[in-house]
Ligand binder design. Structure first.
Ligand code: F6R
Length: 240
């Protein structure tokens, strides 16, 4: 694991966007794994700036998002479908048919998950995966557990995650289930970029970097990935 520490979230976002832009320039038909949440927003803003400046194009880019809530209308303001369109896709030239976001309302969740994994394989695998990290060490919605998960699956969210994300849900109650790429699907990405900012992430980052590899801290498995970089601000890195 490579670790890079930045003065603030803005500098971190410039570096994260640079890594993605370099990949996009190298292969304009790259397969990107994307994340939602607060952490990637400045990175997406910077990628939009680069697109508007004519430095990169998403015309042939394919994307797969890590996760999506179950039992939430696709166009709800808190769905990850809405998040990705508002924070990146609507502002760039990506083709909607190249965007893959799990359908959290699929009647057959197992089939939805299996089809998603098959689509990643058919696309040639994920070239570069962006990750945030939960306060409890989760990646995607892979919560602390006894065993590492493998492919995409339906998960019951933990109290820690419900507490962390419920701030966004003022109208509808927060869903208690989600579909998420499994740890195995995430580890299959050729390159992984994890971003973490703020003091609330410091313990999870400590356990991810310095702790043993354990499914109780799902992100700790990144120690075993051949090409993984952690981009941290000083607060998130404060316990290292
Ligand atoms: C989002 C995701 C989650 C978040 C994590 C951190 O697609 O998979 O694992 O990355 O919960 O969220 P923020 O960035 O809001 O602190």
């Amino acid at each position: 694991m490579e670790i890079r520490i930045f003065e603030n979230a803005n500098e971190l976002a410039l570096a994260a966007a640079d890594i993605f832009a370099t990949q996009i320039k190298k292969n304009p038909a790259s397969v990107l794994g994307l994340a939602t949440g607060a952490s990637p927003v400045p990175t997406y803003n910077r990628l939009i700036e680069m697109y508007k400046a004519g430095e990169i194009s998403f015309a042939d880019i394919r994307t797969f998002n890590l996760d999506e809530y179950c039992d939430l209308p696709k166009d709800d303001k808190n769905s990850y479908y809405t998040f990705m369109h508002e924070n990146l896709f609507n502002a760039v030239d990506i083709k909607e048919e190249n965007v893959h976001i799990l359908d959290g309302n699929a009647e057959d969740a197992e089939k939805e998950a299996a089809d998603f994994d098959a689509a990643i394989v058919a696309a040639g695998g994920i070239d570069i995966q962006l990750l945030g990290i939960g306060n409890n060490g989760h990646i995607g919605f892979n919560e602390p557990a006894d065993e590492f998960t493998t492919g995409t699956f339906k998960v019951k969210l933990t109290d820690s995650t419900l507490q962390a994300n419920s701030r966004y849900f003022d109208e509808n109650p927060m869903p208690h289930y989600a579909l998420t790429m499994g740890v195995g699907s995430i580890m299959a990405a050729k390159k992984i970029v994890l971003i973490a900012t703020g003091p609330a992430k410091a313990q999870a980052i400590h356990d991810t970097v310095k702790g043993e590899v354990t499914a109780q801290v799902p992100a700790s498995i990144l120690q075993n990935h051949a090409d993984c970089v952690l981009l941290l601000d000083k607060a998130a890195a404060s316990l290292l």
